[in-house]
Design a protein around this ligand. Sequence first.
Ligand SMILES: Cc1cc2nc3c(=O)[nH]c(=O)nc-3n(C[C@H](O)[C@H](O)[C@H](O)COP(=O)(O)OP(=O)(O)OC[C@H]3O[C@@H](n4cnc5c(N)ncnc54)[C@H](O)[C@@H]3O)c2cc1C
Length: 200
Amino acid sequence: MSDRSAVMALIGAGPVGLGLAKALLEHKIPYEYTDYPMPADYPDFPSRQQMLDYLRDYAQKFQLTPHIEFNTKVVMALPLADGRWELELASGEKRVYKGLIVCNGHHWDRRFPNYAGKFEGEFIHSKDYRTPAQLAGKRVLVIGGGNSACDIAAEAARVGKTARISLRRGYWFLPKTLFGIPALLHEAWADPAAQGHRAL
Ligand SMILES: Cc1cc2nc3c(=O)[nH]c(=O)nc-3n(C[C@H](O)[C@H](O)[C@H](O)COP(=O)(O)OP(=O)(O)OC[C@H]3O[C@@H](n4cnc5c(N)ncnc54)[C@H](O)[C@@H]3O)c2cc1C
């Protein structure tokens, strides 16, 4: 058993884990990304590669990389009576830490619904969608109404033979941009005090 009781364990080096690592290094909470904006030449909706580059730059800039143990899966986390945590790694190694912060994400693990009957066509998860070419000329049914679903349905409508979207309940759909500005950045939506100016 390796005793690391002087340090905290942080599981996950996604956007949340990196932000927290930076906060821990600086001994200040809460963390913010506002001190490392995305490059000015990035589009409003960056590509997957641009996001990856940004996160790598972020880790480099704040010297987080040396603190990350890559390819190290935690398979067990056990709280000890004295408040410390015992972690077991996939390698079988066991370590004891002062505390534990879990930033393991929840979207990376594909979840498929169970349906009665048998569907013979291609059935993919949004995590496996890369390019509109995957939809070209096909009759596409998108299940769900989240952000990824709407993005994919919009591309299916452009390149597919047909595009349908299936929803469990009613939704309010907002365009990604209003007057050329991302909808989330509109003050009237973001600031309750500005609600009176909502007549866009
Ligand atoms: C298909 C898809 C499309 C998306 N599109 C967008 C989008 O357009 N815009 C947007 O803002 N967001 C999008 N998201 C959401 C975005 O990816 C997440 O909100 C974001 O990644 C969450 O960050 P996180 O740090 O919490 O988790 P993650 O980014 O999931 O990071 C978690 C990390 O923890 C590691 N980990 C997990 N378990 C263990 C373990 N046991 N031991 C060690 N390490 C572990 C994982 O390997 C991973 O590196 C999308 C997600 C998906 C799946």
